[in-house]
Design a protein around this ligand. Structure first.
Ligand code: SAH
Length: 425
């Protein structure tokens, strides 16, 4: 979400005369777009923010902006007191206050006249220059905020209530990306399968996918993240049916223990999650599935952790995004439940699942040996071309040609738990 928001901000700043530089110290405007989902993200943002202080001292005209979850959607006044070297604050997914502030400074410096026109775009987008011609894949937000309130999660407190984005805006965003050479779009929402459910007259996710599927130039469509309770049969059938919607689903379980799921306020059981995975696999041919897991949640016993291990070893999903529980100020779990699993134990549980998943992923990949898969190439890495299969698997291949944005069949010749390699057919 922040990647998409930063792209829109960069695009707007270029429209008012700025261009990207390599180092923040050399910039006239620096904006930090922040995440708070775990303590580690917050620490990183605070560290970067502190490191901008000397640069601002050297160049007092430097404009420093802070955006995203560290600002949140509420009044930023208390933050202004704490961070006096920050000039402007913007909530998540709304970079406009930053652009307005920069324009007001240009007018004050007389580098811009009040009559110079600037139109803020919330739909179509001009890619920032350093992404033009090489952006193969781009994110398109479709649901802002979240109203589910999982007990551990800070997102609703920072991004506000769930709001579906206007479908026409989404379509014009996607069309403009396609016109600039983007081949793959990934729709974003905290609970993306709720798209349109907060607005009576909006299309729902299956219909939105159908409309996007018709856009010339968009070769691949993905969406994340789904919540298990909102994955309808119609959605699964639509994914199976539409040629450009990829057979990859991100649907987090978070835990395999009913007691833990209950205290997380997730709203489903292990059995219901397993049934859903079976249904997804029945409905969508060759589907790959990703999950998120939090280890060491408040009160998680060894037995409850083992239930998660069992769920994962039974289901053999393709990807597991793993996190150690990190208490977030103001959330239900932080206020009412003890963070009673030690750091050491959280790490141990993390490694157990990491190892288990390494073996599962290796097995999935091994099955693709000598098979031909369609790869959308994105960039050159370690002197080889790197792309993704329809299932999101990473594939390396050699070529003298520029493969950026090329969708090509590749015969797999080696596999590992993390990546694969092959030869262009
Ligand atoms: N809306 C999505 C994704 C939310 S953030 C969902 O609910 O599934 C991405 C992931 O970060 C979550 O899925 C969860 O696994 C993790 N996460 C969120 N809050 C966390 C916390 N307090 N500590 C550790 N991991 C957390």
């Amino acid at each position: 979400m922040n990647t998409a928001d930063s792209q829109r901000l960069a695009s707007a700043l270029e429209a008012i005369g700025y261009e990207a530089v390599e180092k923040p110290e050399n910039a006239d405007v620096v904006v930090l777009n922040t995440c708070m989902v775990r303590q580690s993200a917050e620490d990183r943002a605070l560290g970067r923010l502190g490191s901008l202080k000397p640069a601002k001292k050297k160049n007092p005209n430097m404009i420093i902006g802070l955006m995203g979850c560290m600002v949140g959607y509420k009044d930023p006044k208390p933050l202004k007191k704490k961070l006096p070297w920050v000039d402007v604050f913007a909530p998540p997914s709304n970079p406009k206050p930053i652009v307005d502030y920069v324009i007001s400074r240009q007018i004050a410096n007389e580098t811009r006249s009040e009559t110079d026109e600037f139109v803020w775009h919330s739909g179509d987008i001009v890619l920032p220059k350093n992404q033009q011609g090489n952006a193969v894949s781009a994110y398109v937000p479709v649901v802002y905020g979240c109203s589910h309130a999982c007990s551990y999660c800070i997102i609703p407190y920072k991004r506000g209530a769930e709001r579906s984005r206007d479908p026409e805006e989404i379509l014009s965003h996607a069309r403009s990306l396609a016109a600039q050479g983007v081949k793959e779009i990934t729709l974003l929402g905290q609970i993306i399968d709720r798209y349109g459910l907060d607005k009576e007259d909006y299309p729902k996710l299956p219909e939105l996918l159908r409309r996007l599927n018709d856009i010339e130039g968009v070769e691949r469509i993905r969406f994340l993240t789904s919540h298990p309770n909102w994955m309808t049969d119609e959605l699964l059938k639509t994914v199976a049916e539409l040629p450009r919607v990829m057979n990859h689903i991100e649907v987090p379980a978070q835990s395999g223990s009913d007691a833990v799921l209950e205290s997380m306020r997730r709203g489903y059981t292990d059995a219901q999650y397993r049934d859903l995975i079976a249904k997804i696999r029945d409905t969508i041919p060759n589907v790959s599935i990703g999950t998120d897991i939090i280890v060491g949640f408040c009160g998680e016993t060894e037995e409850q952790f083992e239930e998660t291990v069992e769920q994962l070893s039974d289901l053999k999903l393709n990807v597991v995004h793993l996190a150690r529980y990190s208490p977030r100020t103001g959330t239900l779990s932080e206020r009412t439940m003890p963070d009673d699993v030690s750091d050491e134990e959280k790490w141990r549980r993390f490694r157990v699942i990491e190892k288990l998943q390494e073996d599962i992923a290796a097995e999935h990949h091994r099955k693709l040996m000598n098979q031909t898969v369609n790869v959308l190439f994105e960039e050159k890495k370690h002197r080889r071309w790197l792309g993704r299969t329809e299932n999101m698997d990473l594939v390396f291949a050699d070529s003298e040609k520029d493969l950026t944005g090329k969708l090509l069949p590749v015969k797999i010749t080696w596999t590992s738990p993390w990546t694969m390699g092959g030869e262009l057919c």
